[in-house]
Design a protein around this ligand. Sequence first.
Ligand SMILES: NC(=O)c1ccc[n+]([C@@H]2O[C@H](COP(=O)([O-])OP(=O)(O)OC[C@H]3O[C@@H](n4cnc5c(N)ncnc54)[C@H](O)[C@@H]3O)[C@@H](O)[C@H]2O)c1
Length: 314
Amino acid sequence: MSKQKVLITGGAGFLGSHLCDRFIKEGFHVVAMDNLLTGDIANIEHLMGHPDFEFQHHDVSKYVHVSGDLKYILHFASPASPIDYLKMPIQTMKVGSLGTLNCLGLAKDKGARMLIASTSEVYGDPLVHPQKEDYWGNVNPVGPRGVYDEAKRFQEALTMAYHTFHGLETRIVRIFNTFGPRMRLDDGRVLPAFISQALRGEDLTAFGDGSQTRSFTYVDDLVEGIYRLLLSDYAQPVNIGNPQEITINEFAEEIIRLTGSSSKISYNPLPKDDPKQRKPDITLAKEVLNWEPKYTRAEGLEPTLEYFKKKVLG
Ligand SMILES: NC(=O)c1ccc[n+]([C@@H]2O[C@H](COP(=O)([O-])OP(=O)(O)OC[C@H]3O[C@@H](n4cnc5c(N)ncnc54)[C@H](O)[C@@H]3O)[C@@H](O)[C@H]2O)c1
């Protein structure tokens, strides 16, 4: 009997490549579709030649087709880090809107279940803390981050419309900051920036006074949450993230300690619309998915540091 097929858009990216690994492990035939805008073929090199893996170099904002039956679509294609989407605002809005529309059309045609990668950024600079799924957010549509936040909000609305109007089976995961091997060193996010600065013995550059908080989820926890959500019968958005909160200053000190670096912390002005606090309320994920993170930040940082050491120090 042939294996069930899953399409993973953004499959050569950080999260997409980990999802490819998981679905191969679960016995699926995986189609990874990616235009390599921010992804890297090196992330999926180990899967090339696997009989149940295929890579399609393709822009999902143009058209999406996969031959034969399709069980699931996971739409993860999108520039995801601020430096990427600020550099590529139109591609970001296109992949969130047209790319999502194309994937939803394919899902409808194939009778596939579709899961979209939404984000904690739909909450903007939140006025409610921690953020629960029923909080509607505080987003500036015309601010620099609006291209990403509003693309993701539109993506959620479009997906929900296909669900209610066409009866399509859809799932929406709101992902909070995730880290792990295969993150890009230069993606501008705080974690790879701090790690590479610490490994190079440079100052760790915090924004503002470093008192803003973040919470970091290890990638294996995220993948488990996504897998459970996909297989669940829950169509409303679900937060997946680690609620363990830390200030940027504390995080910088932790990275300096774990790398044994002699780096210091220096400060740059806070970027416009940078959220001051970010922490998921995961009550819903616990209730409907029986999911909660298993890895502490330190446990996740271990393999991540190993990965970055190879990248930075060779
Ligand atoms: N990493 C996180 O912490 C995080 C948090 C919230 C949401 N997300 C979402 O998860 C998804 C994956 O994020 P990531 O961190 O792996 O980013 P990433 O940049 O590593 O991966 C995104 C992938 O999408 C591909 N892509 C972009 N536009 C495309 C297009 N038009 N057609 C085909 N492929 C395209 C890129 O080449 C890349 O491989 C994104 O949708 C992002 O918004 C990520």
